[in-house]
Design a protein around this ligand. Structure first.
Ligand code: NAD
Ligand code: UD1
Length: 311
């Protein structure tokens, strides 16, 4: 018999969360979204689908969270202020979303006997310790920002609830996720969403630094395939798992690809690097390969083509 208990997706009105919502609904699952709409948008959700329930609320509010978790089969905890820079500018308020929210998820799950939880951690926990090499999960952690410190602390709390209360946390350290619905509206939004939108609108592009910094970009549809496996797997992988392709793409390479797909680029200027910016970030993904069935990689050119086609 199919499971009619909903999957709770915190942050489900956002970029990654809304793609997970779509994938679960397509499988006939009931989905409950908790989002405060600080970045997420109702337009990202198929609100007319009777399998979907939307709750507007804050993960920092323990009472709201307890209500949202009640009766759920599992939780995907994706709500957070995703901008690293926002946490540098406002550590106190981002801590409420990025750490207290996780602790509230853990407590609500303990209270209601819900076990499985996916957690969106980040490559930011390694700081600059990659030094240009592919980073594996045992690399020393060096959180350089409140965002990274909150993600790392969240991982430790999830592990405490695993040992103490039998929670089943599947912790992923996402590298740079990109794709349709990533909101480009803030200067601190994901770089691909900003560059592609500005290229399409012929607006000038700013590169912070010399453009030779690199990221390991991962297309959102590929990520959702992994998250679905983690929700349905009989057992969770203990410890965190990197999500990246072990591919370094520089911002200058990115711009060249975008220029090719858009038939040219607007003016590009190079500015001072951002404080706390990581120079190189590339995943060693052997754990991911060992525990999950990886989809065929949607590499940068194909991902950009699909993104531009949908914008
Ligand atoms: P996003 O901003 O599109 O999604 C986050 C969602 O959480 C938004 O809908 C926002 O409104 C909601 N939210 C924020 N604070 C909240 C709060 N206090 N209560 C309730 N809802 C709240 O960003 P995203 O890229 O989809 O990120 C999803 C998760 O993945 C985040 O936890 C982020 O830190 C993590 N992550 C993202 C990336 C990436 O490259 N996009 C990389 C590493 C980790
Ligand atoms: C991103 C995610 C963060 C995640 C981390 C994991 C977002 C908004 N941030 O941070 O949640 O934890 O990956 O690896 O999704 N840049 C420019 N010009 C611009 C915008 C950005 O040059 O207009 C540069 C930045 O200075 C940086 C690079 O592009 O060097 C990537 O920036 P960004 O997309 O914000 O990603 P991260 O900081 O890596």
């Amino acid at each position: 018999m199919s499971d009619s208990r909903p999957i709770l997706i915190t942050g489900g009105a956002g970029f990654i969360g809304s793609h997970l919502v779509d994938a679960l609904l397509a499988q006939g699952r009931h989905v409950r979204v908790l989002d405060n709409l600080s970045m997420g948008r109702l337009a990202n959700l198929p609100l007319d689908n009777p399998l979907l329930q939307f709750i507007q609320g804050d993960v920092a509010d323990s009472a709201v969270l307890a209500q949202a978790v009640a009766g759920c089969a599992a939780v995907a905890h994706l709500a957070a202020v995703a901008s690293v820079q926002a946490s540098v500018d406002d550590p106190v308020s981002t801590h409420q979303s990025n750490f207290v929210g996780t602790l509230n998820v853990c407590e609500a799950m303990r209270l209601h006997g819900v076990k499985r939880v996916l957690f969106a951690s980040s490559a930011a926990v390694y700081g600059n310790n990659g030094e240009g090499q592919a980073i594996d999960e045992n690399t020393a952690k060096a959180p350089l920002t409140p965002y990274a410190a909150d993600k790392l602390a969240s991982e430790h709390y999830l592990d405490f609830y695993r040992r103490q209360h039998g929670l089943e946390p599947a912790i992923f350290r996402f590298f740079n996720i990109f794709g349709p619905r990533q909101d480009p509206s803030s200067p601190y939004s994901g770089v691909i969403s900003i560059f592609t939108q500005r290229a399409q609108q012929s607006l000038p592009i700013s590169v912070f630094g010399d453009g030779e910094q690199t990221r390991d970009f991962f297309f959102v549809a590929d990520l959702v395939i992994l998250l679905m496996q983690a929700l349905n797997a009989p057992h969770v992988v203990e410890g965190a798992v990197n999500v990246g392709w072990n591919q370094a793409v520089s911002l200058n390479q990115l711009l060249a690809e975008i220029g090719e797909l858009c038939g040219g680029l607007p003016a590009v200027s190079y500015q001072a690097p951002r404080a706390g910016d990581i120079r190189h970030s590339r995943a060693n993904n052997q754990r991911l390969q060992a525990h999950y069935q990886l989809p065929q990689a949607t590499l940068i050119q194909e991902g950009l083509r699909r993104l531009l086609a949908q914008s």
